[in-house]
Design a protein around this ligand. Sequence first.
Ligand SMILES: NC(=O)c1ccc[n+]([C@@H]2O[C@H](COP(=O)([O-])OP(=O)(O)OC[C@H]3O[C@@H](n4cnc5c(N)ncnc54)[C@H](OP(=O)(O)O)[C@@H]3O)[C@@H](O)[C@H]2O)c1
Length: 250
Amino acid sequence: MGVLNGKVAIVTGASRGIGRAIAEAFAREGARVMICGRKQETLDLVAAEIGPSVKAIACHVGRADQIDRMVAFTTKELGPVDILVNNAATNISFGPCLEIDESQFDKMIEINLKSAFRLVKAVAPGMCERGSGSIINIASIAGLRPQLYSLLYSMTKAALIMMTQSYALELGSKGVRVNAIAPGLIQTALSEHYWKDEVQRESVLEKQPIQRLGQPSDIAELALLLASEKGSYITGQTLTVDGGFLLPGL
Ligand SMILES: NC(=O)c1ccc[n+]([C@@H]2O[C@H](COP(=O)([O-])OP(=O)(O)OC[C@H]3O[C@@H](n4cnc5c(N)ncnc54)[C@H](OP(=O)(O)O)[C@@H]3O)[C@@H](O)[C@H]2O)c1
């Protein structure tokens, strides 16, 4: 008997990396899971690899109409949504802050931030009516400390952390918990710049008490706790999973 038996979850950005690992953990624990990303073919392959309790729909999370379509499809195929993981994000504006233009600003807000706002609006009213739900926002340690060449990424992640706290404050009395996870360096496509090159990788690892790269499963196991009844007294939190990277040393 899995800890998510009978639950329905949406995981955005689950064609690879952290989102995929979360979908795998949720399915292993008995949930029916809708995964999304931008390419239906890739998603279909991933869903087939994980198992029959996983369905897939292409959804660009920066597009309101596609979010509505995904939520409607999930409800029709799997039932009302109990768990939402806002995981999909991008970092298209990596580089010097004075070279960023307005179109990049708008796009980063749309994909990294407004997507979570739209998805919460689409699924949380049903959670409130049923008196239960768990929303998990994947933030970043870059939302807790500035990161060089990541102005917009850090800014959107910081806002996602405050969004988490604000929703948690209002929705807790209705049975809906809202938490964020702030990963440190996790070995995925998004963070290649920080781990592929040996010098770069060592400069991160030398600051970490835990001397290894984080893996998507490190985030997935925490998401599982937050999604399940085992995390029923946790809300409004941002839990850092970074191998101790942010610990201030003397
Ligand atoms: N890896 C790290 O070190 C790290 C650290 C801190 C925080 N995070 C956060 O963890 C989350 C997952 O990152 P990751 O490292 O797993 O990245 P990843 O391996 O690049 O995966 C990103 C996923 O998001 C999807 N995606 C990207 N843009 C999308 C869009 N507009 N609409 C829908 N789906 C979209 C991608 O699929 P398609 O490209 O097929 O659409 C993919 O499935 C992100 O929120 C990221 O900010 C990661």
